[in-house]
Design a binder for this molecule. Sequence first.
Ligand code: SIN
Length: 181
Amino acid sequence: MESVWLFGYGSLIWRPDFEFLSSRVAWVDGWTRRFWQGSHDHRGIPEAPGRVVTLIPSENERCGGIAFEIAAPDVKDIFTALDYREKNGYDRCEAPLYFVPDGGDSKVEGIFYIANQNNFAFLGDAPIEQIAKQINQSHGPSGSNSEYLFNLALSLRDLDINDEHVFEIERELKHLNQTAQ
Ligand code: SIN
């Protein structure tokens, strides 16, 4: 087996917590990132779920994130750990990952985790103010939901990936924090 590429678009961008050979900015076609998945085990609790990202099918859109190259001997252990980390509604899928051209491969097959709309923790769409309010109030075993949102927004900006959905929630969350002072 050769190395395997894993695409991260949420917490995997800013907290990969596994060894990898290389990483590159990458895109998946036909998907958009949304804070529509409930978090019972990381950024909220079952009685008061937080909100984390999943990918929603969307024609003519693409979602940017990071592709991590995992060495063949590490694949089994890393995916066992990731299946556990992403157990709250996410399934593994496969799709082509497109890289920003840099002289190397421009496309590889990759694996990523998606929480589809039929999973038990799926919350779906809501007004941005309501999503921000829920994130502002939620905490779970991995920490506050705001930390997840702010770290993701910061990382996307560092990677030069524009995501208006994430940035709009970030603005609303900052506004909520300011008005609370
Ligand atoms: C991902 O980061 O790719 C999956 C969603 C998450 O764990 O935040």
